[in-house]
Design a protein around this ligand. Structure first.
Ligand code: FAD
Length: 122
């Protein structure tokens, strides 16, 4: 039997940074790879906005594209300049996806973020 626990282990042990947010991009969950890549402990980011990772140099139009896709119920993939806890920049290849959960109304949507450090390739 493919137990639910396997899904939990998969997320916890994924080498890709995973975060789950509410509809305002407030972080509800981050996995250990997120902590390893960003340098933040989970308790330091849960309850904070996902924008705390922004290096504040990515053109606004990129975020507008990201949110435009999410608001249409679509995934978006792109590259952003992120900032680690120690202030150092890295190129994040990010995919964000609106999570459609049957329990939730449209206005109470969650978002899934998955990113990895693409600095070496940039
Ligand atoms: P914002 O105040 O967020 O505004 C930028 C533009 O985005 C606005 O002009 C507006 O058009 C649009 N916008 C912002 N919030 C909303 C909203 N709730 N509804 C509709 N439109 C909106 N950003 C990163 O820099 N790095 C990341 O790794 C990253 N990961 C993310 C993961 C997830 C799951 C989600 C949902 C978002 C992620 N973001 C990430 C985007 C982040 O939420 C911010 O939008 C971004 O960091 C820009 O922040 P800001 O404060 O500069 O601008």
């Amino acid at each position: 039997i493919f137990a639910d626990a396997i899904f939990h282990y998969a997320v916890e042990q994924s080498a890709i940074a995973i975060s789950i947010t509410d509809q305002h991009a407030n972080i509800l969950y981050v996995n250990p790879a997120f902590c390893a890549i960003t340098g933040y402990a989970a308790h330091e980011v849960v309850g904070h906005k996902q924008s705390l990772l922004s290096y504040k140099s990515t053109p606004k139009v990129v975020y507008q594209e990201l949110w435009g896709a999410l608001k249409k119920g679509r995934s978006w993939t792109g590259r952003l300049l992120n900032r680690r806890r120690d202030g150092s920049p890295y190129v994040a290849e990010l995919t964000v996806t609106p999570l459609k959960t049957p329990e939730h109304e449209d206005e109470d949507i969650n978002y899934l973020g998955m990113h990895w450090d693409a600095t070496e390739e940039h």
